[in-house]
Design a protein around this ligand. Structure first.
Ligand code: NAD
Length: 335
């Protein structure tokens, strides 16, 4: 058996590495996300059946891709991880059961339910309320310094509001391109014979990772905060016990937070949130590819901890694939 399995593992890893390089480094994916996800799951399954063959450099153990050398590098003292996926209600139930077993609790979870924005993760550092640095996720440990570019996004405050701002605050969130701006930009490109972007995610990534911030400034980018990284806060306003309250505190400091975020109790209510957002997906002003369900209680989050590349207390509950291979391959787009 083992030679054939080893070969299959090697092929899958190589294929996923190639796709990741095109997606994360070149902002130019060659296959739809659903195809990437399918191969990723195949690899996960194979590694689960043969745990002794898991390697530290397998795509299942890693986040994103190494940052591009043309940007300065920023270390993330608190790593920026990925999320595990659930496809369907059964996998979501399994996620809830795993957590209940680990915490040895039968009480219903309080969940913070959020749209899964289709952009790219960034970390923005404020010192005494002033924006001092912004970075991409990169490989989770080292990202690219994109401070000048992030400063051009009008929704991102250069200075936090209020008197009690932390000495240090790393805000994590998604930079994305709302659909109206994306369509307008592509219409203009078509009219002038320029290349069009394939989708808002690639438009956002290509726009943000520009060496010239003047180009970024012309792109209709938006940001929503959804988490915090390193914090030094003598007033301890972020230690309030709930992820949801944390987000509301970020909002009070002037950071944009998605208006569709809800705090719910129990798995059924989280499922109802998923259904509701899926039905309203086409009417939203931005693209999403699912929802993120997070255990809201910070003490429970801490007790659950992390696995190799993702927290145990959150899951990306993805929508069924909509993307067509032809759409992606037929359209040329610029970085
Ligand atoms: P992910 O996109 O599945 O989930 C993690 C990311 O979700 C975070 O880093 C963050 O950027 C984002 N996110 C959006 N809203 C969020 C919220 N409210 N809270 C927390 N995070 C939120 O994982 P990933 O590791 O960034 O990428 C893997 C995915 O990228 C794959 O599932 C695949 O769909 C796609 N991908 C596609 C290709 C391709 O060739 N098409 C290649 C590599 C990856």
């Amino acid at each position: 058996m083992s030679q054939a399995i080893l070969q299959q593992l090697q092929q899958l890893r190589q294929q996923l590495e190639d796709y990741s390089y095109q997606y994360y480094v070149l902002d130019n994916p060659s296959v739809p996300d659903a195809e990437y996800d399918r191969l990723f799951r195949q690899l996960q399954q194979l590694e689960a059946e043969h745990p002794h063959l898991v390697t530290a450099d397998s795509p299942t153990q890693r986040v994103g891709a190494v940052p591009l050398a043309k940007f300065g590098q920023v270390s993330h003292n608190i790593p920026m991880l990925s999320l595990d996926n659930a496809f369907g209600a059964d996998e979501f139930s399994a996620f809830c059961k795993r957590m209940a077993d680990m915490l040895d609790s039968s009480a219903e979870f309080s969940f913070c339910c959020e749209p899964k924005l289709d952009g790219l993760a960034v970390s923005i550092r404020y010192e005494n309320g002033l924006l001092v640095q912004a970075a991409t996720r990169g490989d989770g440990y080292t990202g690219e310094d994109i401070t000048a570019n992030v400063k051009t996004i009008r929704a991102v405050p250069l200075k936090l509001k209020g008197a009690s701002v932390p000495a240090v605050l790393e805000v994590r969130g998604e930079v994305f391109m709302p659909l109206a701006g994306f369509n307008l930009m592509n219409d203009k490109a078509r009219a002038t014979g320029d290349k069009v972007f394939a989708n808002p995610r690639n438009a956002a990534a290509g726009s943000l990772r520009q060496l010239d911030p003047k180009i970024t400034a012309q792109r209709p980018l938006m940001f929503y905060a959804y988490a915090v990284g390193a914090v030094e806060d003598p007033v301890q306003l972020l230690d309030s016990g709930s992820h949801y309250q944390r987000l509301m505190q970020l909002k009070d400091w002037g950071l944009p937070v998605c208006a569709e975020i809800r705090l719910v109790t129990g798995a059924e209510a989280a499922l109802a949130y998923y259904q509701d957002i899926m039905q309203r997906r086409a009417a939203l002003a931005y693209e999403i590819d699912g929802v993120v369900i997070k255990v809201a209680d910070l003490a429970q989050q801490q007790a659950l901890g992390f696995v190799a590349r993702a927290p145990r207390w959150a899951i990306a509950f993805k929508f069924p694939a909509q993307e067509m291979l032809t759409t992606l391959l037929d359209v040329e787009f610029q970085v």
